[in-house]
Design a binder for this molecule. Structure first.
Ligand SMILES: C[S@@+](CC[C@H](N)C(=O)[O-])C[C@H]1O[C@@H](n2cnc3c(N)ncnc32)[C@H](O)[C@@H]1O
Length: 227
């Protein structure tokens, strides 16, 4: 991964809670966030006492490097959003300016927490489809806005290997949101992956969530082992 190709953009705990329908019991369990990037999920959940680890390839970079990249790209993202406003639901968040404020707030909390969190091994440089953790290391393993969303950039094999890897390190459940790709279409890999998971003894459920910002993206996939 080259930093010049990264456009950092991160959500907050409240958004993670509604995307993944996280209950207080979920937040008391041991969580791994895959591709958490510059979100403030880890920072805010840690403040509330959750045992949380995040992995992302951007964690190979320093605080200064990631901060500079946020500064260099946020106005470009904001302009793009203004052009593509029709792709989003402006209900909870009312305008592009409000959205940019929320995202910059989340990323600024991330930056504030990053070095301390890295020292405490809450932010770990890992890249799917390979995770450096032992089997069943976490209760709940999450992926927000990475798998399925980037179906054009990452192929079916990558998705299969990543999802089985997430299942390997999870004791109880894997949750993935959204199930749409960047064109707002259901990921072309979803059905095959559901079949494969069923064949390998996993119970899958598509659950309607409270969260919908990208139009039509209001479902998450829950994967549990049957054994
Ligand atoms: C759109 S961002 C989502 C960030 C965060 N999960 C959120 O919802 O706010 C996608 C993230 O996936 C990360 N990513 C890219 N390739 C990855 C890989 N191979 N394994 C894990 N994460 C990856 C990116 O670095 C980026 O932080």
């Amino acid at each position: 991964m080259k930093l010049e190709n990264v456009v950092p953009w991160g959500r907050n705990l409240s958004e993670y809670k509604s995307m993944f329908l996280l209950s207080s019991e979920d937040l008391e369990s041991k969580i791994l966030g895959c591709g958490d990037g510059p979100s403030s999920f880890n920072y805010e959940a840690t403040l509330q006492g959750t045992d949380i680890t995040s992995i992302d390839p951007i964690y190979q970079f320093t605080k200064k490097e990631i901060g500079a990249r946020i500064d260099a790209t946020s106005s470009v993202v904001s302009e793009q959003l203004k052009k593509n406003q029709d792709d989003f639901v402006w209900k909870k968040i009312k305008s592009v300016d409000e959205l940019v404020d929320i995202r910059l707030g989340a990323m600024s909390n991330f930056i504030k927490d990053y070095e301390n969190g890295k020292n405490k091994k809450r932010y770990i440089y890992n890249e799917l489809p390979k995770l450096s953790f032992k089997d069943s290391s976490f209760d709940l393993v999450l992926s927000s806005h990475f798998l399925f969303l980037y179906s054009e950039h990452f192929d079916l094999e990558f998705h299969i290997n990543s999802i089985f890897e997430m299942c390997r390190v999870s004791k109880k459940e894997v949750r993935i949101f959204p199930l749409l790709d960047l064109k707002n279409q259901k990921s072309e890999y979803l059905e095959q992956i559901l079949e494969l998971l069923k064949d390998k003894g996993f119970e899958t459920k598509i659950i309607k969530t409270e969260y919908e910002f990208q139009k039509g993206a209001n479902e998450m996939l829950s994967i549990k082992s049957r054994y």
